[in-house]
Design a protein around this ligand. Structure first.
Ligand code: FCB
Length: 487
């Protein structure tokens, strides 16, 4: 069975022949390219051109990827517990049972945020910690944990950004009704949102409804490489639409709950580019963009599905749904990693899939291309086609192979280059009239990278998973300096 993990997703499904090139020579090419083509300096990149004083500088994490303590304080199981414990689903049989043990070590982790000078932290609450069965009985000890964390952050001068859902659906909801295949899950999500806001809304002012509903639907329900491991186009469509609906319901529920909350959501938006000049690949771009980007952006900002996919979504959409999905947001959270080069792929879920990236491209250890111009493409699209909302980059970062040197340091120079280039792109975006208000790095810590388990590191802080020792990498120091200088 071909396992779909996001690591190889790009080259694997796209073009099997490209896989060795992307995976084996990716980082070597990165160095070559970096040396050959030093980062272009424009006026706005010049040292001394600072980000605004009120710019938000943060780091992001998510509950299942860092917390561990899966059996503690009455937490119910999530779909990721079950999926990770199913043999063959996660590399090396890794699970989030312990992860970064953040549930017990959060004080130290908050301290690292403060030391880095970050003024914000985006974390997610685990729905099954708070409602172990997804609905009904509330587990106060779950809420207590986030209450302590929020107070700890505020005390250290770090603004909490709370994300309500980063893929760890209560397993009970998956078993009873099919999880996001079921429209009732949208109502349950709004109830859960109200409960969390009822407890923390006095101190947490920044609320993210969903993390990447698009990636969750695609890999969890369409391709089968993430929990809950379902497959098929109809599942993808239903999981997409029901999350859009849940998001709309939660946004209006929280707006009614308290007037002083800043409400938004987070999507992973990629610019989609054709792998070749063929007409077929250009058509593939439209399909891919429709399912990956448009099917989430348009219901939120325009109350419609994009033309390229609307007919397929129709059976899932009930009368009035698109009024619910369309909600004003106080900010939009953009997770940006890479552009997608796509090609026609008749055998794939919706006829289009990742193709080969152009020659000379650098790749991270995930096999994802490195191209900061894609960040500008996406931000300009939000400016030009979605009403120029306030935007925060809520995730941006890169996976490379890290190791601790004998002197105890971690020299992750390629990651530093990645951040430098993307922060320069962010600065350009502001000059281009994008209302970009903040930048969060992914991730504070090395963590459980979904179906890749602990084999892939994205952290600013190196985690030795055996001892749980944290070691800041060069990229942590680089970002700390950047924050201090304001860019
Ligand atoms: C994003 C996810 C995050 C992490 C990074 C690498 O799509 O939101 O949890 O896996 O990718």
């Amino acid at each position: 069975m071909l396992k779909i993990s996001r690591r190889g997703v790009l080259p694997v499904l796209a073009c099997l022949s490209d896989l060795p090139r992307a995976l084996h020579s990716g980082s070597a090419m990165a160095q070559e390219q970096t040396q050959e083509k030093p980062e272009q300096k424009t006026k706005t990149d010049a040292p001394g051109t600072h980000f605004p004083a009120d710019f938000t500088w943060g780091a992001s994490t998510s509950s299942y990827q860092i917390e561990g303590a899966v059996e503690e304080d009455g937490r119910g199981k999530s779909i990721w517990d079950v999926y990770a414990h199913t043999p063959g689903m996660v590399k090396n049989g890794d699970t989030g049972d312990v992860a970064c043990d953040h549930y017990h070590r959060w004080v130290e982790d908050v301290e690292w945020l403060a030391r880095g000078g970050f003024n914000a932290y985006r974390f997610s609450t685990a729905w099954p910690r708070i409602l172990p069965a997804g609905a009904g009985a509330i587990e106060p000890r779950g809420l207590d944990f986030y209450d302590r964390l929020v107070d700890g952050l505020i005390t250290r001068g770090v603004t909490p950004w709370l994300c309500l859902y980063h893929w760890d659906l209560p397993q009970a909801l998956q078993e009873q009704g099919g999880g996001w295949l079921n429209r009732d899950t949208a109502d349950k999500f709004a109830d859960y949102a109200r409960i969390v806001a009822g407890r923390l809304g006095d101190r947490v002012k920044h609320w993210v409804m969903f993390n990447e509903a698009n990636i969750h639907a695609l890999f969890g329900y369409g391709m089968g490489g993430h929990a809950p491991g379902l497959k098929g186009l109809v599942n993808l469509i239903r999981a997409s639409h029901h999350q859009n609906l849940a998001q709309g319901r939660a946004l209006s529920a929280l707006r009614a709950e308290r007037a002083d909350l800043r409400l938004g959501t987070v999507l992973n938006i990629s610019p989609v580019r054709p792998s070749s000049d063929s007409e077929a690949d250009h058509r593939a771009v439209e399909r891919f963009d429709g399912f990956w980007n448009g099917a989430f952006l348009d219901p939120l900002f325009k109350g419609a599905y994009p033309e390229a996919v609307a007919a397929e979504f129709e059976p899932a959409v009930a009368a009035g749904d698109l009024k619910i999905t369309r909600q004003p947001v106080d900010f939009f959270g953009l997770n940006y990693y890479a552009p997608a080069w796509v090609k026609e792929a008749p055998e794939s879920l919706f006829g289009a899939w990742f193709g080969a990236a152009p020659p000379g491209m650098r790749f991270t250890a995930m096999g994802w291309p490195v191209d900061a111009s894609g960040l500008n493409d996406v931000l300009n699209r939000l400016r030009d086609h979605y009403g120029n909302p306030e935007v925060y980059v809520t995730e941006n970062g890169a996976c490379y192979v890290d190791s601790i040197a004998p002197d105890g340091t971690v020299s992750d120079d390629e990651r530093v280059t990645y951040f430098r280039e993307h922060i320069a792109a962010a600065r350009r975006a502001i000059a281009d009239g994008v209302k970009l208000k903040g930048y969060f790095a992914w991730s504070l810590l090395d963590n459980f990278e979904w179906s890749e388990g602990y084999s892939r590191r994205f952290g600013l802080i190196y985690v030795d998973f055996a001892s749980q020792k944290r070691t800041p990498k060069a990229s942590f120091n680089f970002l700390a300096e950047t924050v201090k200088r304001r860019g």
